[in-house]
Design a protein around this ligand. Structure first.
Ligand code: EPZ
Length: 430
């Protein structure tokens, strides 16, 4: 398996650019199934998860071409798409479930393997199904598959018990072609929801209120073509900002919307980092003295994002004093604690809480990543640690961070990518 070797203790200095948003690109690519017209989506980062979503659309019959250099995807689902993507793809990436709403809207039918749980939790889809059922879809489940059918989706008033990002996205996409108006209450308000709604409206949908807890969708007969540019990735930008702070450096991150990171920037300032917006889409972070521990609680947007909790905890591990980290979004998102302990961190997990006793420094060690953001946390810890850290299972990183080691090296990081040795070909008998 691929590994990264990181020589820590080097303050990172310079400018680095964030890529387009993974979590906006994935639902937007899925939404392309709703239209029969050609679509061009720009600012799509070259990530494993993006490649997987493209493979899902191709398996459903859409014509897709991707130029990683231009970060541009062309999609045309001219014919009505197929009903069932390969189960291996859906199980490989939970976000594949986001084709459910588009397929019900376009075909009136879909058959998907239920997305398994993953490293961070069971991740049910009950809220997706409850909302789509309210719109007239009927679901049957058998040995790990879910089949959905409708004679035509109807607008409905839906209240989400929890502001689920994925459920909001599936219902929003399905409602664009429903007969009548759908009102979705207690909806997720993440910037990626707004980006999806803007993309759908550029195709001719009638969505209003995205970004607030109440989204209104007036169904239309069909969606057309569009050209759209995806928003910057706030989680990747936040990870790069934390790299500057944790290494005691001076980093300016470009292609970031400060408005999307208010909770992170406030917490970084509270912890003693110097954070300033140096341009409408650039933020500079510096850290001279020692950081101080702060309490942190993850919440749906605009609260502190769960996707930056592991990375922030890595920084708290070398911040003076005691910090309490509370994870309210996922039930098992402390998988990064064990490897951090092996680097000398002092962290005690009690249910949804992690109590972090800051240390003066961490020391490099061989560690293994369990999921995407845990891998990012270990990368940050390694950049700050004394000595060399070897991170294995680093493939998780490629799911959400395109070429991040090259960008970190451009601001002084010492990272070596040890590619997996191909298994020696079996010597067949002569
Ligand atoms: C999206 O996942 C993101 N993924 C996640 O990012 C992110 O952590 C999460 O939103 C929260 O912000 C993408 O956008 C592709 P949820 P999603 O539905 O939609 C429970 C990353 O690292 N829930 O808001 O799956 C669920 O179990 C990934 O980029 C139900 O109970 O998140 C969880 O506890 C990780 N029933 C909570 O809601 C449902 O039907 C939040 O889940 C749906 C969700």
């Amino acid at each position: 398996m691929d590994k990264l070797l990181i020589q820590g203790g080097i303050p990172l200095r310079g400018r680095v650019k964030a890529r387009g948003s993974k979590n906006a690109s994935l639902p937007i690519i899925a939404a392309a199934l709703i239209s029969a017209e050609p679509l061009v989506i720009e600012g799509v980062p070259d990530l494993l998860d993006v490649r997987t979503m493209i493979a899902v659309l191709e398996s459903l019959g859409a014509a897709v071409s991707y130029s990683p250099e231009q970060e541009l995807v062309r999609i045309a689902a001219t014919k009505p798409p197929g009903l069932e993507p390969p189960p291996c793809l859906v199980r490989q990436m939970r976000a594949s479930f986001l084709v459910l709403g588009p397929l019900l809207a376009r075909n009136g039918k879909a058959r998907l393997s239920l997305p398994g749980g993953c490293a961070i939790g069971t991740r049910p889809v009950d809220l997706h199904l409850k909302g789509l059922t309210a719109m007239g879809a009927r679901f049957t489940m058998d040995n790990g598959y879910i089949e959905g059918e409708t004679r035509g989706l109807e607008g409905a008033r839906i209240y989400l018990d929890y502001p689920s990002v994925g459920a909001t996205e599936n219902i929003l996409m399905a409602a664009t072609l429903a007969r009548g108006t759908t009102v979705l209450e207690n909806a997720a308000t993440e910037p990626e929801i707004v980006d999806l709604a803007n993309f759908l409206n550029s195709m001719g949908a009638r969505v209003s209120g995205a970004g607030t807890t109440t989204i209104r969708i007036e169904g239309v007969v069909e969606l057309g073509g569009a050209r759209y540019n995806v928003i910057p990735d706030r989680i990747e930008a936040g990870t790069l900002l934390l790299a500057g702070a944790i290494t005691g450096g001076d980093i300016t991150v470009e292609n970031v919307l400060p408005d999307h990171l208010k909770s992170l920037l406030a917490k970084m300032k509270e912890a003693g980092a110097t954070v300033e917006e140096v341009a409408p889409s650039a933020i500079r972070v510096r850290r001279c003295g020692q950081l101080v521990g702060v309490d942190l609680k993850t919440l749906p947007y605009p609260g502190f994002p769960t996707d930056l909790q592991p990375q922030f905890m890595a920084m708290l591990a070398i911040s003076r004093g005691t910090s309490m980290v509370t994870e309210t979004v996922f039930e098992n998102r402390f998988r990064h604690v064990a490897p951090l302990l092996s680097m000398g961190a002092q962290i005690q997990v009690e249910g949804h809480h992690a109590i972090v006793q800051g240390r003066r420094y961490l020391t490099g060690a061989p560690v293994s990543a369990s999921d995407l953001r845990a891998a990012a946390a270990l990368l940050l810890a390694a950049l700050a640690a004394r000595g060399v850290t070897e991170i294995s299972e680093v493939v998780h990183l490629w799911r959400g961070y395109s070429g991040i080691e090259e960008r970190l090296k451009s601001v002084g990081a010492r990272i070596q990518h040890l590619k997996r040795e191909p298994y020696p070909s079996l010597q067949t008998g002569g």
